[in-house]
Design a protein around this ligand. Structure first.
Ligand code: PLP
Length: 436
């Protein structure tokens, strides 16, 4: 019998754990290393979601282990008004990587970083209306959840007053098209902002956006879109907040995804990838915005703000990214993975689209290439078959889209591991289609 079936473990889990989302996987994870997690039978499972899209250096990276050990022995946590060297080091390192965004606050989670960003935008603009994409995910807490539209909207009472939404551009399923059928995102954006102007009571504070909407099905903002969005914000006195929880820290083949577009946001939030799997987040902004916020008494005082342990981890993450040239590696390995996924698209009718950049890629499953009819059941089957064969992938199910696999291995993934993942994916699709 598989050790994953441990009756005492599952009896306790089923009795004592709150179910906070989709079903738990039916394995017990005992350890993890590099690109693999190992279950109770010591079976190696290739982790193509980098944990929860965070473990950019793979699991139990020796440099992170050494930093946690060293920092834990000196100082881990402090009174929130006390400073330590790792905090100032990390703030300086981040500021050097994102010219113009000189002021940094270090926090814990993605949702929390977006709370801080939205709170600052409200204070600085004097407005309270927040616009986001209809396929967004910014977190599970108050303001972040009010700006999250891809899931979890219903059943929790009112969202914040002044929560508005526009559609994210989708090149595979465009709503507005040029005569040649390609996505006319500018027309869509203009139309959307006409509706925002109709709804606004004159208190617009910010637009919050992911450069690649990940939980929204790997929707990439096309080149030029961010610049156009920034103009829309400037015309209305709104701030542009970019949430790079998933896209930051080399994941997309740039240090930050916004760098491809040459558009610096007013506020940048980083989380997941910054701590490479440990809870660390940062809110970065310009000196001018921070000055104004401070003048108005900005308060975002938390238990774990400026904690030295996660900050030291963040410094090590940046060191390893630089030393091991992981930005370039995300480009190279990303190309290998994307071309492999495109071969799958050629081989299988059910692979409708392959998209994304660097090592944040999406593969959309449809039941019909022509009509692009969503293939949720087939996608779920592929996911199950992949897991069965030792590959963990995550599928996003949203209305109006097929099942979309979010494929984001650690940036340290090897060519051989990418090839192994592609081989398992191919076998899993064959099995799900019943051709094997
Ligand atoms: C883009 C983005 N922002 C924010 C969050 C929320 O982060 P956390 O779960 O750490 O609060 C997520 C989590 O999936 C995310 O993908």
């Amino acid at each position: 019998m598989s050790l994953n079936a441990d009756p005492a473990f599952w009896a306790a889990a089923n009795t004592h754990l709150t179910r906070y989302g989709p079903d738990f996987e039916s394995i017990i994870v005992e350890r993890a290393e590099g690109s693999f997690v190992y279950d109770a039978d010591d079976r190696a499972i290739l982790d193509f979601t980098s944990g929860q899209m965070s473990a950019v250096l793979g699991h139990t990276h020796p440099d992170i282990v050494a930093t946690v050990d060293r920092q834990m022995r000196s100082v881990a946590h402090l009174f929130s008004g006390m400073l330590s060297r790792p905090v100032v080091d990390l703030a300086s390192r981040l500021a050097a990587l994102a010219p113009g965004l000189d002021r940094v606050q270090l926090l814990t989670t993605g949702a929390e970083s977006n709370e801080a960003a939205i709170r600052m935008a409200k204070l600085v603009t004097g407005g309270h209306e927040i616009v986001a994409f209809a396929q967004s995910w910014h977190g599970m807490t108050g303001a972040a959840a009010s700006a999250t539209y891809s899931a979890g909207r219903k059943g929790y009472g009112p969202a914040a007053a002044g929560s508005f939404v526009i559609p994210a551009p989708n090149s595979y399923r465009p709503r507005f098209t040029h005569p040649d059928g390609s996505n006319d995102w500018q027309a869509e954006l203009d139309d959307a902002f006409r509706l925002i102007d109709n709804q606004s009571t004159g208190n617009l504070a910010a637009f919050i956006a992911e450069p690649i909407l990940s939980s929204g099905g790997i929707l990439e903002l096309p080149p030029g879109y961010l610049a156009a969005l920034k103009r829309k914000c400037e015309e209305r006195g709104m701030l542009l907040i970019l949430d790079e929880a998933q896209t930051g820290v080399a994941r997309t083949g740039d240090m930050f995804a916004f760098q491809r577009d040459g558009v610096t946001p007013d506020i940048l939030t980083l989380s997941k990838t910054l701590g490479a799997g440990l809870p660390l987040a940062a809110v970065m902004t310009t000196a001018a915005i921070e000055e104004k916020a401070h003048e108005r008494g900005f308060l975002f005082y938390t238990t774990h703000v400026s904690d030295p342990l996660p900050a030291a981890v963040g410094v090590t993450v940046l060191d390893v990214v630089e030393r091991d040239r992981l930005v370039a590696q995300a480009v190279a390995r990303g190309q290998r993975l994307k071309s492999g996924l495109m071969s799958l698209q050629q081989k299988y009718e059910c692979v409708g689209d392959v998209r994304g950049r660097g090592l944040l890629l999406g593969l959309e499953i449809v039941t019909d290439r022509q009509t692009k009819a969503p293939g949720f059941e087939l996608g779920a089957k592929v996911m199950e078959e992949a897991m069965h064969r030792g590959l963990s992938m995550n599928i996003v199910k949203l209305p109006g889209m097929g099942g979309v696999f979010r494929i984001a291995p650690p940036l340290t993934v090897s060519d051989a591991e990418i090839d192994l993942g592609l081989e398992i994916m191919s076998d899993a699709i064959d099995a799900a289609l019943g051709t094997h």
